[in-house]
Write a protein that binds this ligand. Structure first.
Ligand SMILES: [Zn+2]
Length: 272
């Protein structure tokens, strides 16, 4: 019985570390405090959760930003900014929104420029990197391991009004794809034929029911990519080849990521 309990604790620590970087440490501290101070009473479960949440909150929102900045020149992307926001709360609740200061500056500057050119436009970020570690991958993105990469959501218009629409058709931010038409280059099909089953995996498991309400905003998305490629700090951008052609983008910084990755017609990947 004790063996099972210890195994379960180890599994939780590993899982929380993989998902949030400091969740495993928070859980260890929580177990230690719980042993030291015997929390008993009717609302034991609520107290336990509150204790873990408090430790996790202090580590994530007070200690990590200081360590990330001092050790790795990384900053958490803004949470309340009018031009640059997280698409989903899980991104910052799980510490997945840290980037190198150079990338932070470019993103903020270009999202402000986008709003000046297209009023009301909000640029949404998805997964970036963890705050600590030179090679600590932010799974499932193996390359997001050094603060120099971030994913951004596409811009959309409303399918009925044809006006700019905030948000995204995907609850996760990924997996609702702007697929190639029959006349466009079809990398998802090519990669599937080569046996890379993971390439379109997310599209198969993410609910698609909101897709009909959103239209991919070619003009805004193209403008953002052009602004980013014009920045000397940005070295590479990944989107699917059919979208690169559709938006008539020619900059050599825009590359194909390869079949071993996942498809990039649901988001834009940017790196320093
Ligand atoms: Zn990425």
């Amino acid at each position: 019985m004790k063996f099972l309990r210890v195994s379960l604790h180890i599994l939780i620590i590993l899982l929380l570390t993989i998902l949030t970087q400091v969740g495993g440490l928070a859980y260890l501290l929580y177990l230690w405090l719980k042993r030291r101070f015997d929390f008993t009473g009717l609302k034991k479960k609520a107290i336990n959760f509150g204790l873990f949440a408090a430790i996790y909150g202090i580590l994530s929102f007070i200690i990590l930003p200081i360590l990330a900045s001092t050790l790795y020149n990384r900053k958490p992307l803004p949470l309340m900014n009018n031009t640059l926001k997280p698409l989903r709360a899980y991104t910052f609740l799980m510490n997945r929104h840290y980037v190198h200061e150079d990338l932070y500056k470019v993103l903020l500057f270009e999202s402000e420029a986008m709003q000046k050119e297209f009023p009301e436009t909000v640029t949404y970020y998805l997964d970036a990197c963890f705050p600590l570690g030179a090679k600590f991958p932010l799974l499932p993105h193996w390359s997001h391991n050094d603060g120099r990469k971030v994913d951004l959501a596409f811009y959309y218009s409303d399918s009925t009004t044809k006006l700019y629409k905030k948000g995204s058709p995907s609850w996760l931010g990924y997996g609702v794809c702007e697929s190639p038409t029959s006349k466009e280059e079809n990398m998802p099909e090519f990669c599937a034929q080569k046996g890379y089953f993971q390439y379109s995996f997310l599209e198969k498991i993410i609910p698609q029911y909101k897709k009909g309400n959103y239209i991919f905003d070619k003009t805004r998305t193209k403008t953002l990519i052009q602004k980013l490629t014009a920045s000397s700090k940005i070295k590479k951008i990944f989107i699917e080849p059919h979208l690169k052609s559709r938006m008539k983008l020619t900059n050599s910084k825009i590359r194909f990521h390869g079949c071993h990755a996942v498809r990039h017609d649901d988001h834009i990947h940017i790196q320093l």
